[in-house]
Structure formats: structure tokens, C-alpha cells
Design a protein. Structure first.
Length: 164
């Protein structure tokens, strides 16, 4: 199964694809789509949509997972991230790919076993779980891989609870 994780943003959108074969999980690719902050938001969203559609076509994921915006810090930032999240959901939905969403706390809990983990701790757990020599760069790509790993762990948990 191939999962594409997405860390939405309107200046930089991280993505990371992982394959799971039984207990083995491996990174397929990761990166970030970037736009100049000086461009109008509608232009950035169009660029993000077009480039993310190319990533989806290239990676051919079975499922797409998008991180939810964190609202508590700044409502304007959360709204902006929500727009990028909508682009990600639309990109997958138009290809009939199931989309799942997780909050940052859920991602941290599943990947690092603590919902209050720091960004560095999560990135290190991504590196360890994917057997990588270094944490993926940029941070947005590592965050996107964390979202994908969160989803795989959530699916495993659901399978285990159904078996009981």
C-alpha cells in the first residue's frame, strides 16, 4: 500500500510517499512544493494544485493523508493552511483517492508516542522508522512523512481492535 502524506501550506507544501509491505515501511519520495510569498494567494493555490497533481500522478498513492491546520496560534495562518488543505483534498478526490485527515497532536502521538512531542523529536522518529541516514529535508517533507506514518499506524491499530 502506498500512502502520500501532505503537510499543507501556501508558501511551502510538504509531501512524502511511503510504501508498506507487511511490517516493512519504506520512503518512496519526499519534497516540498514552494511558491513565492509575494504572489497573490489565488496564484499560489493554482501553482500548488498543478504541482501536487503532478506528484500524485507520479507517486500513484492508494490513499492520501492531510494534516489539519492548528488553529490555536493564529487564525489567519490556520485559514491560509486550510486553503492549501482544500487543494490537497481536491487533488486526491478528483482522482477518486481516499483522503484522511489528522491533527498535529494525533500525528505526534502516533509517530513519537507523545502528543506534545517537539518537531525535532518527530523528525527523528520519522528518520528511525524509515531507516534513513538523516532526517528528510525540508522540515515540511519530514512532517508530510510523519502524517503518512501516522495513518499507517492508525490503520494497524484499527486492524488490531477489529480482531479482538
Amino acid at each position: 500500500m502506498r500512502i502520500l502524506g501532505i503537510d499543507p501550506g501556501t508558501v511551502r507544501l510538504g509531501y512524502g510517499a511511503v510504501d508498506q509491505d507487511g511490517a516493512e515501511v519504506a520512503m518512496v519520495e519526499c519534497g516540498a512544493i514552494t511558491c513565492s510569498a509575494s504572489l497573490p494567494i489565488e496564484r499560489r493555490l493554482a501553482i500548488m494544485y498543478r504541482k501536487l497533481t503532478e506528484v500524485i500522478a507520479r507517486c500513484r498513492p492508494d490513499e492520501v493523508v492531510v494534516e489539519e491546520p492548528f488553529v490555536a496560534e493564529n487564525m489567519r495562518t490556520a485559514l491560509s493552511i486550510g486553503r492549501a488543505q482544500a487543494i490537497a483534498i481536491l487533488s486526491a478526490s478528483l482522482r477518486d483517492i481516499p483522503v484522511f485527515r489528522y491533527t498535529p497532536a494525533q500525528v505526534k502521538q502516533r509517530v513519537a508516542s507523545y502528543g506534545g512531542s517537539s518537531k525535532v523529536q518527530v523528525q527523528e522518529m520519522v528518520r528511525l522508522q524509515l531507516c534513513l541516514a538523516e532526517a528528510p529535508e525540508p522540515d515540511d517533507a519530514a512532517d508530510a512523512l510523519a502524517v503518512a506514518l501516522c495513518h499507517l499506524q492508525e490503520k494497524q491499530l484499527m486492524r488490531l481492535t477489529k480482531e479482538e
